[in-house]
Ligand binder design. Structure first.
Ligand code: TYM
Length: 333
């Protein structure tokens, strides 16, 4: 059976990249009847970088609210918090014994986050991809819908799954498939079309957050970097114009139409006149999600109940899998 697993870190508010690269696709995947789905708020991952411990549990609730507001239905998908299922951390240790330092050192996300300071960064940041592998393998997940930036981590997960199988002579873990099928698998910064939209960028003007008001969305899009050429006739002609391409990609993803169509519709117009149309599309799409999120956060008990139930369901799957791993590794008979 198809088992889908994915997660997001409660490091700060979700942005349009998280939504268009992953979350929107998770919602679409709920239409598949023959699949089981688990969507997790990965709070253990969020503490690998400096964070505000007074805000962590609130940030976790906000991400869960964003999942539900975007359309994740706790009746159709198992919605839970990573730290509520201790199997993840337990399996992580077991997998850590099989993870090679050299491979972890090559992880781009680690290199980006550690910067030049590799001697001083925490072990948690270094081992981050092993915990991610444990998240996925604790459920023997077969499909992992993510944005493009997670591809390398998934390769490591696949690698660890086969190392385990080979080392213990079993055919236990499946090879989880990355599903990079969101409407925009790589949304770029509004200020620099060559770097991805991210929670960690210093300026909030680089990203659209799911909690932004229509005014903020409008201001950010108006100030988004573009160039002085008009919209071309074909999509190919947008090559080499990363900021323009990014805005077209965002429009297409939010409007649910192909990029070619956007280019055709606005061909010959300057970006100054394209931007108001993009603002309309963005506000119309995002405002209902933002409103729903705010409503949900007014009644936190409801979210907390859903998360508690989700953790029970998740552990029903991961606990026997962990027990099986412990048996294979010789801890139990
Ligand atoms: P995180 O929290 O950084 O991002 C959550 C999801 O959003 C996608 N994403 C983007 N997609 C398109 N354009 C962007 N600019 C953009 N920025 C982020 C990410 O690809 C991701 O799908 N390591 C993961 C969390 C994680 C996880 C897991 C995911 C932990 N365990 C197990 C899947 C399965 C992360 O940091 O995502």
């Amino acid at each position: 059976m198809k088992r889908i697993f994915s997660g997001m870190q409660p490091t700060s508010q979700l942005h349009l990249g998280n939504y268009l690269g992953a979350l929107k696709n998770w919602v679409d995947l709920q239409k598949e009847n023959d699949a089981e789905r688990l969507f997790c708020v990965v709070d253990l991952h969020a503490v690998t970088m400096p964070y505000d411990h007074k805000q962590l549990s609130q940030a976790t609730l906000e991400i869960a609210a964003a999942y539900i507001a975007a359309g994740i239905d706790p009746k159709k998908s198992i919605l839970f918090v990573q730290s509520h299922a201790p199997e993840h951390s337990q399996l992580m240790w077991l997998l850590a014994t099989m993870a090679q330092m050299g491979k972890l050192e090559r992880m781009t996300q680690f290199k980006d986050k550690a910067g030049k300071n590799t001697e001083r960064v925490g072990l948690g940041l270094f081992a981050y991809p092993v915990l991610m592998a444990a998240d996925i393998l604790a459920y023997k997940a077969t499909h992992v819908p993510v944005g493009e930036d997670q591809k390398q981590h998934l390769e490591l997960t696949r690698d660890l799954a086969s190392t385990f199988n080979t080392r213990y002579g079993v055919d236990f873990f499946p090879q989880p498939e990355p599903v990079i099928a969101g409407p925009a698998p790589r949304v770029m910064s509004l200020r620099d079309g060559t770097s991805k939209m991210s929670k960690s960028a210093d300026s909030d003007m680089t990203r659209i957050n799911l909690i932004d008001t229509p005014d903020m969305i409008s201001k950010k899009i108006k100030k988004a970097k573009t160039d002085s050429d008009p919209m071309p006739e074909t999509l190919e002609e947008l090559e080499g114009r990363p900021e323009a391409m990014n805005l077209v990609t965002i429009y297409a993803a939010l409007a649910g139409i192909p990029k070619e169509e956007v280019v055709r519709q606005y061909a010959g117009q300057m970006f100054g006149s394209f931007k108001p149309a993009l603002i309309d599309v963005a506000v119309n799409h995002l405002a209902p999600i933002t409103n729903r999120m705010n409503e949900l956060l007014e009644n936190k008990d409801q979210i907390e109940d859903a998360l508690r139930e989700g953790a029970v369901k998740a552990r029903k799957i991961s606990s026997p899998i962990l027990a099986e791993v412990q048996k294979i590794m010789g801890f139990t008979k």
